[in-house]
Design a protein around this ligand. Sequence first.
Ligand code: ATP
Ligand code: MG
Length: 252
Amino acid sequence: MIMEKIDNADVIAALKKAEKMRIEFVANVSHELRTPLTSIKGYTETLLEDLEEGRPADPEFLKIILKNSNRLLALINDLLDLSAIESGADDLHPVILSLREFTEHALLTLEQNAQKKGSKIEMMIETPVLHADPKRVEQVLTNLIENAVKYCPNQSLITVRWYEEKQLDGRFITLQVSDNGPGIPEKYLDRLFERFYRLDKGRSREMGGTGLGLSIVKHIMQRHNGSVTVESTLGQGTRFYCRFPLDPTLKT
Ligand SMILES: Nc1ncnc2c1ncn2[C@@H]1O[C@H](COP(=O)(O)OP(=O)(O)OP(=O)(O)O)[C@@H](O)[C@H]1O
Ligand SMILES: [Mg+2]
């Protein structure tokens, strides 16, 4: 009887937490959508006024409208993707991936962005294959490397490493993405994988970030029955670990 009561209290607490998160999520989404929309509305009104009063339309305004429309679209695409991964509505299509080929291919476009900043991406392939959904693994890799490039200063070094390891809860194929950037203060590490969480909201948004990248990584790893963790030392750099169980019973 007592056990049942405790269980009920736990269930109620979990429901309350879920409800609180849902309310926060709706508030966050609305806020994130409102910012670019307000800008689009304002500049469109100004353009219309200019045209109506015979003034030439300023192309800069159109550029701002386009930039904010792209931002809205990226945000909505990320949200749809996140909800598909989270609900399991998107079927996983796991295949045997050759990690060298796969990583080299994924790095092609990412390397261009790194080069623009004079940064380098190093690749270490210490295990040959992974059984996983290529589209989703590429998203994980891209999100982590894009972050490293974005949040590290020029001339940084980013390392991508694949290896096999044994942990207390089994054997894993692990993807490690490390950088020698500014690092993340310990007090923020827990919250990093929450939706819309950004350390420096203004700066990250300026760089086009929505704060959804790492939550997408987390959910993709969960869908593969794996996990993502982070370690960081201020002034030295950040390291993400994505662990894929070696014998996954993937729900496809
Ligand atoms: N390698 C890193 N070094 C320092 N800070 C980082 C690093 N990776 C992520 N962060 C911090 O974590 C925050 C959350 O990252 P996340 O990828 O979820 O969002 P984002 O990059 O802001 O936006 P998005 O990925 O949706 O474009 C970032 O805003 C940044 O402050
Ligand atoms: Mg990101």
